[in-house]
Design a protein. Structure first.
Ligand SMILES: [Zn+2]
Length: 103
């Protein structure tokens, strides 16, 4: 998979199907990533101090990259990612509009 941090993605399957959000973190080697507002659990935190009273904390859990598809920042349509060689490095391109996804 070729998803990166800060990419806009859409959830294809599961409880969050259809939700569009941003990748906060990619966990390399596991093919999972953390997506903002997707797949979160409520954690009960004990009070740490007067300033940090604890309570319920929302914490996102990793989601498999195969459950996500990239939303092209140029045309806004969920798309497959293509590759194109530019100046000796591979750029990711949108298969719908043909625009470069990065930069
Ligand atoms: Zn596009």
């Amino acid at each position: 998979m070729k998803l990166k941090k800060e990419d806009m993605v859409r959830v294809i399957t599961g409880a969050y199907k259809g939700k569009q959000s941003k990748i906060l973190k990619v966990i390399l080697g596991k093919n999972t990533c953390i997506v903002e507002g997707v797949n979160f659990r409520i954690k009960h935190q004990k009070p740490i101090s007067q300033e940090q009273p604890g309570g319920r904390i929302k914490k996102e859990c990793p989601i498999r990259m195969s459950n996500l598809e990239l939303v092209c920042p140029k045309c806004g349509i969920p798309t497959r990612i293509g590759r194109k060689k530019i100046d000796n490095s591979w750029a990711r391109i949108c298969k719908k509009c043909g625009e470069m996804i990065d930069g």
